[in-house]
Design a protein around this ligand. Sequence first.
Ligand code: HEM
Length: 412
Amino acid sequence: MGNENDKKWFEKKISRRDFLKKAGIAGAGVAIGASGASGILAKMINGTSGQLVGNEEISFYGEHQSGISTPVQKNVYFAVLDLRSLELEEIKQMFKDWTDYTEKLMSGELVAPELKNHLLPPIDTGETVGLNPYRLTVTFGISPAFLDKLKLDNKKLPEFKDLPHFPRDQIKDKYKGGDICIQACADDAQVAFHAVRNLVRKGRSLIDLKWTQSGFLPIGNGKETPRNLFGFKDGTENPKNENDFKNVVWYDKNNWLKNGTYLIVRRIQMHLETWDRTNLQEQENTFGRYKESGAPFGEKDEFATIDIEKKGSDGKPVIPIDSHVYLAKKAGTKICRRAFSYSNGIDEISGQFDAGLLFLCFQKDPEQFIKIQNSLGNEDKLNEYITHVGTGIFACFGGVKKGEYIGQKLFE
Ligand code: HEM
């Protein structure tokens, strides 16, 4: 540390939470259940569609991991990691260490007390001192390759396989595969980044970073569905209550994945310039929904039920048969979408914005996603404006009880 003031700052060894209590910031330290909101917040929120900015702390412990049915936060930092060590005991210990870290991170504390020895690097990297937990959630998943590499053959599940190639995929090797994923979401981008940074740092000798992506959503009021970079409300048709999550998301067979779920990530480039040259009618035809209200064609309310069989007075289907919504619905299954926009500077080849959607979705069986993506395949009008460049499938463990560690049932 450079000057005396800096030294004093660290010597105080105050946790982030103590700092907040001292500062008297409302909302700090109010723990909300891992799988969602409680009390007043629960009344304000419907499923994951309406996000809001909160100071609150979300509980690390629960039946399910947080960051899945939690009302969506403003920011995500998503990381895919490769295993460097293939020693099961070492990886198990890493998950134990991550459990300890994650509990602290989510409650707004430093990952470890500051060292007295000023000649050593601090353990916590420090950029969140003075910040609220900002509804930080950290969600862990492992890929089929993780099970292969650690020779956990008896833990394989028949549906847990790498995703197939889909029509029009242009997946880049650098955004494909990987062994572990960490999804950190928070209403503050620095809090989300800090979580992944410190977790990766703790496991540094055992893992390598493969790819990462940060993402954002607009500040919400808990009621409005956030808009994506094409200006459309995105997340309207999503699980809305516990029963929906039970039917669509939570894995319920009696094995190590019980109460967990499958996470699918797609890094989808959105060709903003092409879109911005497209007239409004075409834009709306692409989705089968009105841009301003988000309502399906022929309706006024965003949440109106859609009947894809419905015909207009001209005998034609009200929702265009090549629209995104028509084809997604036609697949006849559901998923829980929890996507974030991203913006990564300029595409080196086209000189245009390198921007898009970090598409994250959760489902109890990967087949749900596969069916929908196959239906969207070649026919989706949206394909003219997007390119899928990254992919991944991860099994996200069930939640953690006090005294347990993340992924324990897999390693036992
Ligand atoms: C950049 C890519 C994408 C964009 C911009 C996008 C945008 C949208 C929008 C605006 C809606 C309508 C509002 C809503 O219900 O949320 C929608 C619905 C939906 N999307 Fe996407 N989406 C994209 C990719 C995907 C992918 C890859 C999948 C899954 C394979 C998917 C699955 C769905 C589903 C299931 C619905 C709900 C359909 C319904 O039942 O009404 N989307 N999407």
